[in-house]
Design a binder for this molecule. Structure first.
Ligand code: MG
Ligand code: MG
Length: 249
């Protein structure tokens, strides 16, 4: 069932989303060659906890950390580690969730570590733009798969591949609520969007094949061909007017 949030719930989700945005800002300021993914996780956790919130991911289905940190060919769900040290030219996906008074915000960003090559920069630009192409369809009267279709169409026209195994989702009292929101598919399908619905829209884009596999740690998903992958995500409130990005500063 897709819930529509009350004004009170929306206010709490705005705060949760703002805390997630502050954690991303802190990551952006500390990330550089020589920093470990564990350091990133510690930064995220301290920002979330200093704002009376708790990390949504820690303990979720047994996930051990506050942030998901996925390097280079890792797509999502990478586990922070003191031994994963970033170096110039890497890209790091940081996925952050915060629970504020029982309501969640969820946002992922891909960070360049120092200078990256032109193809990698294009991957980041296209994936971020794909997110905003999807957000354009997060409007009252559109259907859910209009978002999916906009993301896929834009991404594939740029020569990249959309990951299919992982999807966006409704969000609110639970981190993952109905509906599931694939990043591909024909337009005009699924539920009609209504005001008060909140969706985490999150394209994951690969340079090579869209296929992914899960590593032996049972968490980290990587591209099956070893190509680079990027991920951008916002928690988006549907209104009678423009969509509102709850996880943007
Ligand atoms: Mg996320
Ligand atoms: Mg999400």
């Amino acid at each position: 069932m897709i819930t529509r949030k009350s004004q009170r719930e929306i206010e709490l989700m705005k705060t949760a989303g703002h805390i997630v945005a502050l954690a991303h800002q802190a990551v952006k300021n500390m990330i550089k060659p020589g920093v470990s993914t564990y350091d990133v996780d510690q930064t995220v956790e301290s920002i979330i906890e200093s704002h009376d919130a708790t990390p949504s991911f820690k303990g979720y289905h047994g996930f051990p950390s506050s942030a998901c940190t996925s390097l280079n060919d890792e797509v999502v769900h990478g586990i922070p580690s003191k031994s994963r040290i970033m170096k110039k030219g890497d890209i790091l996906k940081v996925d952050i969730g915060a629970n504020y008074k029982g309501y969640h915000g969820d946002s992922a960003w891909t960070y360049a570590i120092g200078e990256i090559d032109a193809q990698t920069q294009k991957l980041l630009d296209v994936t971020e733009k794909a997110l905003y192409e999807g957000i354009k369809s997060a409007r009252v009267g559109f259907r859910l798969s209009d978002i999916s279709h906009a993301i896929q169409t834009y991404t594939e026209a740029q020569g990249f591949a959309i990951v299919r195994e992982f999807v966006g989702h409704g969000i609110g009292k639970k981190l993952h609520e109905d509906p599931q929101l694939p990043n591909y598919g024909p337009p005009g399908k699924g539920p009609v969007l209504k005001s008060g619905m909140v969706l985490a829209i999150e394209p994951m884009v690969n340079i090579g094949t869209h296929d992914v596999k899960v590593k032996t740690d049972q968490w980290t998903a990587v591209t099956s061909d070893g190509s680079l992958s990027a991920h951008f995500e916002h928690t988006v409130l549907i209104t009678e007017d423009e969509p509102v990005l709850l996880t943007a500063l």
